[in-house]
Design a protein around this ligand. Structure first.
Ligand code: UD1
Ligand code: CA
Length: 471
């Protein structure tokens, strides 16, 4: 059977009040229009044509060249939108799936149900409408049925009689049509309605008038939700997120507070990992098993291996090995490769660096653009000075180096294997293996400096404790 799809996405998204087309807004890490395209691909429909308007560039950027586009210059309604696809549909004998571009919840399963209903219907079936029961059907087109229960038409909210307004079954704006019949009906719709638009919904009563039948498959309302404004966007995001969290929980991931945990669709998590409140896992992040992530942690496009703990931290575009301890309050910036058993502690920032196994930077440290070996100790307050005002360069810190607290390691020095850096050093030249580097001025003690100063002022020096006891 020849199956193709027409997706209506030319609307101006006025209610969204955004400079972006509503269909490129993201839901769980994927643009709305990409959810629609993927559902169609998953349902086996590869020939897809998108009706686009002024904001077509944004849609083309998302979907690329795997699908076709047709420009609808003036937005004269959904019927006019689908009519723009006529050159693409003419001569085809199979089915056309019609979807709105603003329904990220549509799934291959829902589309499959409608295609199956078509198979089961007789030759006199012209279309299947995907419908749903809405608690509050305000704003939606209503499915009107005759006394025998068969669909007789769709009436838009604004054109409904008081009696029709009570109907809870709504039009999802998703349909499957017999292609030649869709084309024939599109040629006959008028704009005699409350909005003066060409309604795709009118094709239904036209086809029934021609003597054909129109069926309906009733789906869960949540699977048909559309996005017209930011309120509906947040509702859809919450439902999609909840579904993603449930999938992980069923796979053995413990999510302590689903209300404050946001996980993008492509994220993978191993079992027995615990996700604590306030955590966001983005992009194609992969988390191993037996990890503890959170609270208040964001991990974007990164890999985290088994048994690692990340507490109150941010990780972006990096890989972290097994059994590491990250945080609290660490910032792992892009392009870090952190090996197994590493500790990156409180207020430590790492960027563009490789860190070898068992290395520890437990507090207040910055490591930038550097290559760090195994079992290195960064004392509190170590800074790799990787920027000379113009260029960035890192340091090389070999295995087992011990850096004393509050040291500056100025790029691009090499600290040789097993070397020590004295606390408080500023190191500007290489330190050979097995050596101690001291980069600070010699300490001088001035004996009796304090009492001498008092004497010069004509005072007797009294220790603070003694003064107190005098009072
Ligand atoms: C439409 C249906 C309504 C249904 C509802 C479900 C019609 C007349 N009404 O109403 O029965 O209950 O969807 O959400 O079809 N578009 C174009 N070109 C146009 C007009 C619209 O491409 O000239 C696109 C929009 O970008 C959008 C889709 O068609 O993706 C639906 O348009 P929208 O204005 O959202 O229709 P609704 O008023 O929601
Ligand atoms: Ca809509």
């Amino acid at each position: 059977m020849d199956i193709c799809a027409v997706v209506m996405a030319a609307g101006k998204s006025t209610r969204m009040k955004s400079k972006h087309s509503k269909v490129v807004h993201q839901v769980s890490g994927k643009p709305i229009i990409q959810w629609v395209a993927d559902a169609l691909f998953d349902a086996g429909c590869v020939e897809q044509v998108y009706i686009v308007g002024e904001q077509q560039d944004q849609i083309r950027t998302v979907l690329g060249e795997n699908v076709a586009y047709v420009l609808q210059e003036h937005q004269r309604g959904t019927g006019d939108a689908v009519a723009q696809a006529a050159p693409f549909l003419e001569g085809r004998d199979g089915l056309t799936i019609v979807l709105p571009g603003d329904c990220p919840m549509v799934s291959a399963e829902t589309i499959g149900k409608a295609l199956k209903a078509f198979e089961e219907a007789g030759d006199d079936c012209a279309a299947i409408i995907i419908t749903a029961e809405a608690d509050d059907p305000t704003g939606y087109g209503r499915i009107v049925r005759g006394e025998d229960g068969n669909v007789t038409g769709i009436v838009e909210h604004r054109d409904c009689t008081d009696e029709q307004l009570k109907i809870k079954e709504i039009n999802s704006s998703m349909y499957v049509f017999r292609t030649p019949l869709l084309l024939s009906a599109l040629g006959r719709i008028g704009a005699n309605n409350a909005q003066g638009e060409y309604y795709l919904t009118d094709t239904i009563s036209i086809l029934i008038g021609d003597g054909y039948k129109v069926g309906a498959v009733i789906c869960d309302f949540d699977d048909t939700r559309g996005v017209n404004d930011c309120v509906q966007l947040s509702e859809v995001q919450a439902i999609m997120n909840r579904r993603i969290l449930e999938k992980h929980m069923r796979n053995g991931v413990q999510i302590v507070d689903p209300a404050t945990t946001w996980i993008h669709y492509a994220v993978e998590i191993g079992n027995d990992t615990i996700i604590l409140p306030g955590t966001t896992l983005m992009g194609n992040t992969v988390i191993g098993h037996d990890c503890i992530i959170g609270e208040n942690t964001r991990i974007d496009c990164s890999e985290v291996d088994d048994e690692t703990v990340i507490d109150c931290s941010i990780v972006a575009q990096s890989t972290i090995g097994k059994d590491c301890r990250i945080g609290p309050f660490s910032h792992i910036r892009p392009n870090c490769k952190i090996d197994d058993h590493v500790t990156i502690g409180a207020y430590v920032e790492v960027k563009g660096s490789d860190i070898g196994e068992y290395t520890r930077a437990r507090h207040l440290t910055y490591i930038g653009d550097s290559k760090v070996g195994k079992n290195v100790n960064f004392g509190c307050g170590t800074v790799t000075c990787n920027f000379d005002g113009q260029d960035k360069a890192g340091c090389t810190i070999e295995d087992n180096v011990f850096i004393g607290g509050n040291s500056n390691i100025v790029s691009s020095v090499v600290l040789g294997k097993d070397s020590y850096i004295a606390a408080g050093s500023t190191i500007t030249s290489d330190v050979p293996a097995l050596s101690l580097g001291i980069g600070r001025s010699q300490q001088v003690n001035k004996d009796n400096w304090v009492s001498e100063k008092s004497r010069l002022r004509g005072e007797n020096y009294i220790r603070l404790d003694d003064r107190r006891s005098e009072v």
